[in-house]
Design a protein around this ligand. Structure first.
Ligand SMILES: Nc1ncnc2c1ncn2[C@@H]1O[C@H](COP(=O)(O)OP(=O)(O)OP(=O)(O)O)[C@@H](O)[C@H]1O
Length: 255
């Protein structure tokens, strides 16, 4: 593996730590090792892009990182807590440290709600609640859009509503799973601006097929191939070229 193994947190302890994580999906007839022996540390405030070809395990990894999906082997710790050894109540508290931005925001919204209500509902659920108007401003959305149903918004606006919803509880980690794919270039840029502005304030884990997106937002690029981490390099390596970039591109030939 090409690797840095992850940067430590300021206090020397990573915010998220995966050790030897393995996740098998499917039943007896179709069994896939979606993750194999994954070791990965993510520090508080760090921005990490997870890249790899389709089916390499990216979405499975983010589900596991956010304590939503239980791996069969290995250990996941968040802020020093082994998430599958603590009681469910504490695991729920761990999950609240994550804000999700899905690929298809629209299908994740309750169709009865306006955009403002989507964000207000998320704000109401968290201790560190923020006002929806403040969140709209933060993601660069006109507050007048709050009264509209998401189905009437553009793809880029919907993604920004999803980011506002994710930020409502002031998460320690923002997880964005292909949050800009399917958007036109301008809308993509706006969403990336918003994600880049959050980078550093909190950890950002970005799943993407697009190395340009990774370079724009991430400090670090982790490449998965058939469930394994095959490269883990500083995003600068993409700018400066040299052996790190060559290794990265070799590890991810389809990118
Ligand atoms: N419910 C399931 N049952 C069996 N195999 C599954 C299931 N869900 C996912 N898989 C398999 O697990 C592997 C990893 O899937 P995952 O969705 O994590 O990949 P990905 O890298 O996010 O892909 P994509 O870029 O296409 O979204 C794939 O081979 C996929 O076919």
């Amino acid at each position: 593996m090409t690797g840095r193994g992850g940067a430590p947190a300021a206090n020397g302890r990573p915010l998220i730590s995966c050790r030897g994580v393995g996740r098998v999906l499917g039943g007896r007839r179709r069994r896939t090792e979606a993750l194999r022996d994954v070791h990965l540390d993510i520090a508080a405030g760090e921005s990490v892009a997870i890249v790899g070809r389709s089916g390499s395990g990216k979405s499975t990894l983010v589900g596991v990182l956010a304590a939503l999906d239980r791996p069969q082997t290995g250990r996941i710790s968040v802020a020093g807590s082994d998430v599958w050894s603590v009681p469910e109540r504490r695991r729920r508290a761990v999950r609240r440290r994550f804000g999700w931005v899905p690929q298809d925001a629209l299908s994740s919204f309750d169709p009865r709600y306006t955009a403002g209500e989507v964000v207000a509902e998320a704000s109401a659920g968290g201790g560190a609640a923020r006002r929806p108007a403040e969140l709209f401003e933060r993601v660069g959305l006109d507050p007048a859009l709050a009264g509209r149903r998401p189905v009437t918004l553009s793809g880029g606006e919907r993604q920004r509503v999803a980011i506002a919803r994710a930020l409502a509880v002031d998460p320690d980690v923002l997880l964005a799973d292909e949050a800009t794919s399917g958007l036109d270039v301008l809308a993509q840029e706006r969403v990336l601006d918003v994600l880049a502005a959050e980078a550093g304030r909190r950890a950002l884990v970005l799943v993407t097929h697009d190395l340009r997106v990774a370079r724009r937002v991430a400090d670090r690029v982790v490449v998965l191939d058939r469930g394994r981490v095959v490269a883990d390099v500083a995003a600068d390596a993409l700018e400066t070229g040299g052996p790190e970039l060559a290794r990265l591109l070799k590890a991810a030939p389809v990118l």
